[in-house]
Design a protein around this ligand. Structure first.
Ligand code: CA
Length: 233
């Protein structure tokens, strides 16, 4: 019964490492810190952690390169720790294979929530078959029936709108980049201009959200992409 979930932290700022280590230890995780990219990668290879927290600004290697190297041998969820202003870096990290990011400075509850989301996603994405239903508040998506309802009322979506909503719902809690979404919905040869995506998202919000300017279900991560609300437990 004593199998603790293991988190590897790759971060050169030792005070941030110490803060994260204490937080995780208090919540029954096992935390291992590495202060360089090189140590971090070998730490992942030898410990097979359940989650990796990765700072992008490391002394010996670009964080994006770390993600690529880890992805050669592991599908462990990677949460990037990034500074507030680095939108393009977040996008590059996600496109390189990171699962999500958390922006400095962050608090304990945000950190723990992101870790839980990453864990849940890695556990469910392999086992999720058809016949599942996404539920969050009044919103329900039945993937078999391709049916979206809010408070029991059917929401009429076009084919593309449904594809967008279900892609986000299957990845609920995670941010999906504009390029990732465009690739999935319109294919790899699509124009990577976000306009068509923004137009569709505006239509979806008008149909689904009580207040489209302050969306409850699908939030915009400015400069990065969209994130669908976590499903109810
Ligand atoms: Ca750093």
């Amino acid at each position: 019964m004593n199998h603790k979930l293991t988190v590897v932290i790759i971060e050169d700022e030792k005070n941030i490492c110490a803060f994260i280590e204490t937080t995780l230890a208090n919540h029954d995780y096992k935390a291992i810190s590495a202060y360089t990219a090189k140590d971090g990668i070998s730490c992942i290879a030898s410990n097979c952690p359940d989650v990796v927290l990765l700072d992008l600004g490391l002394p010996d290697m670009d964080g994006i390169q770390v993600i690529r190297e880890v992805r050669e041998f592991s599908s462990v969820p990677i949460l990037v720790i990034s500074a507030r202003t680095e939108e393009s870096e977040k996008v590059n990290a996600l496109d390189a294979g990171a699962d999500d990011y958390i922006t400095k400075p962050f608090g304990t509850s945000e950190l723990l929530a992101r870790i839980r989301t990453a864990l849940r996603h890695s556990q469910t994405s392999s086992s999720r078959g058809s016949g599942s239903v996404y539920r969050s508040g009044d919103l329900e998506i039945d993937f078999d029936k391709r049916l979206v309802t809010i408070g029991g009322q059917e929401i009429h979506l076009t084919q593309i709108e449904y594809k967008l909503v279900s892609l986000l719902a299957l990845n609920a809690g995670r941010v999906l980049t504009y390029d990732f979404i465009i690739n999935h919905i319109w294919g790899p040869y699509a124009d990577s201009n976000n306009q068509i995506l923004r137009v569709n998202m505006a239509h979806i919000r008008r149909k689904m959200e009580e207040n489209p300017a302050d969306p409850k279900y699908i939030s915009t991560e400015i400069g990065v992409g969209y994130r669908m609300r976590e499903p109810d437990a």
